[in-house]
Design a protein around this ligand. Structure first.
Ligand SMILES: C[S@@+](CC[C@H](N)C(=O)[O-])C[C@H]1O[C@@H](n2cnc3c(N)ncnc32)[C@H](O)[C@@H]1O
Ligand code: SF4
Length: 460
């Protein structure tokens, strides 16, 4: 494998790390930490019934099963190597789709289906088809809808890819993480370049229009060189998109992460060097850097959305999906509606019991206030565009009256003094040196965040 040289860094790492704290990833605002049991099935059903008639909805289906347990994993999933629990889950999922759809006023059109996990390719082809039939009965699929799935190369088969292709899958995301055998062994996830190559060939054969590969940095024993070597190897596939996630080590929330030796984890300075060097490499290879952790070829929808300031952020990360409503199905699935956010029971048993009672299986949620929506848009623009015009955002909320943002401005001052941001009038821009800190900068506008909120992973 050709070794890429570690490029010199343009960033003052010490200066960045001085501001490194713990901040949410802001895939929503308010974030999931603010969800409470005050919002449940009754509120959700009211929200569904009252959905505005215009505009298509997006659908998310969570598949909380995997054939292996990667020790770094932060997803809602469990290892299952028997077909029965998955079959049972799918039977309930079909009932949930019918139950939720009954609350809607009329048959809505759907512009996107995202299968996430866990590992959606643990479903059999029959189960996958049954889910699409159920969704198709309840929702009118728009022409050229986006159909995406997160896939694990270890268990992906050509027949599964062909079946998903026949159902219209046109976007796929394949987990790679790292090809370094030492890192793979330290996280209990081994796979070869050839396995990835076979999966890519199968996905290219069905002509997915956008192939994403997930990579990670900050894993145990990972070095900058090892991250670059993995990038070098996968660039052969010229994926339309690459995600480069910093390992979020939260063993107090995910106990299997305790299996990872903390002494083998790269420190904050090494993590930052890995992220920045990888970014430099990918940009040099013709990829457009998208927000915090995504890269896309210039012709890909994601890069175009960035160029047109249409980029959005939702529970799946950076997206082009403009739908105002996301309906989530499956244990732990999160939904977003104009009134707020809701989350299904994460425990499968509670999720099933609610469906047995004929209830939407909602565990918790949050109603978004006017002020939340205003701050949500500021945070979303910062996370997506690295810039926000408070005047323009204010004009779209709270009848145009911009609230007092003195506290946020005071929190921003250290970032301004260290030249990580610029402020001109009401326009805030995250300067290139401040980009790794965009989560902490966005957190300045978070009215809920306590200064030392340790529930979140490192912001850098
Ligand atoms: C649902 S998985 C992808 C599909 C499939 N299950 C697989 O692993 O190949 C979602 C992605 O989240 C990322 N991820 C999982 N746990 C993470 C963590 N603790 N920190 C950062 N990224 C993580 C990985 O890049 C992973 O590919
Ligand atoms: S990374 Fe993917 S395959 Fe591994 S445990 Fe998490 S969801 Fe499952």
């Amino acid at each position: 494998m050709a070794l890429a040289k570690v490029a010199p860094l343009r960033f003052d790492i010490d200066r960045v790390l001085k501001h490194d704290g713990r901040a949410p990833r802001y895939t929503s605002y308010p974030t999931a930490v603010q969800f409470s049991t005050d919002i449940g099935p009754v509120e959700y059903c009211d929200w569904l019934t009252g959905l505005p008639q215009d505009g298509a909805v997006s659908l998310y289906v969570h598949v909380p099963f995997c054939t292996r347990l990667c020790w770094y994993c932060g997803c809602n999933t469990r290892v299952v190597n028997r077909p029965e629990p998955i079959g049972e889950y799918v039977r309930y999922l079909l009932r949930e789709v019918a139950l939720v759809a009954r609350k809607l006023d009329g048959r809505r059109s759907a512009s996107a289906i995202h299968l996430g996990g866990g590992t959606p390719n643990t479903l059999t082809v029959d189960e996958l088809q049954a889910i699409f039939r159920a969704l198709g009965r309840e929702f009118a699929f728009v022409d050229d809808m986006e159909i995406a799935a997160e896939l694990d190369p270890a268990s992906l088969t050509r027949s599964w890819v062909d079946a998903a292709g026949a159902l219209g899958m046109n976007r796929a995301s394949l987990g790679v993480q790292t090809l370094d055998p030492k890192v793979q062994a330290a996280v209990n996830r081994t796979e070869t370049f050839e396995q990835i190559e076979e999966c890519v060939a199968a996905l290219r054969a069905i002509r997915v229009r956008s192939l994403n590969l997930d990579l990670m940095y900050g894993l145990p024993h990972q070095t900058t060189q090892s991250v670059l070597d993995t990038i070098d190897a996968v660039l052969k596939f010229r994926p339309e998109r690459l995600a480069l996630f910093g390992y979020a080590h939260v063993p107090w929330m995910k106990s299997h992460q305790k299996l990872i030796a903390e002494s083998a984890l790269p420190g904050p300075a090494e993590r930052l060097e890995q992220a920045l060097t990888a970014e430099e490499k990918l940009v040099g290879e013709g990829y457009v850097s998208i927000g915090l952790d995504h890269f896309a070829l210039p012709h890909d929808d994601l890069a175009r959305a960035k160029a047109d300031n249409r980029l959005r952020r939702n529970f799946q990360g950076y997206t082009t999906d403009a739908a105002k409503t996301l309906i989530g199905f499956g244990a732990s699935a999160i939904g977003a509606l104009p009134e707020g956010y809701i989350q299904n029971h994460a425990q499968e048993l509670s999720w099933r019991q609610a469906i047995d009672r004929g209830e939407a299986p909602i565990a918790r949620g949050v109603t978004a206030t006017d002020d939340d929506r205003f701050r949500a848009e500021i945070i979303e623009r910062l996370m997506c565009d690295f810039a926000v015009d408070l005047e323009a955002v204010g004009g779209r909320h709270r009848n145009g009256s911009i609230p007092d943002l003195d506290e946020a401005m005071a929190r921003l001052r250290p970032f301004l003094e260290d030249r990580f941001i610029s402020i001109e009038g009401r326009r805030i821009e995250v300067l290139p040196a401040g980009r790794p800190l965009v989560r902490s900068i966005s957190a300045c506008f978070d009215a809920y965040l306590q200064p030392d909120a340790l529930r979140h992973s490192r912001a850098v």
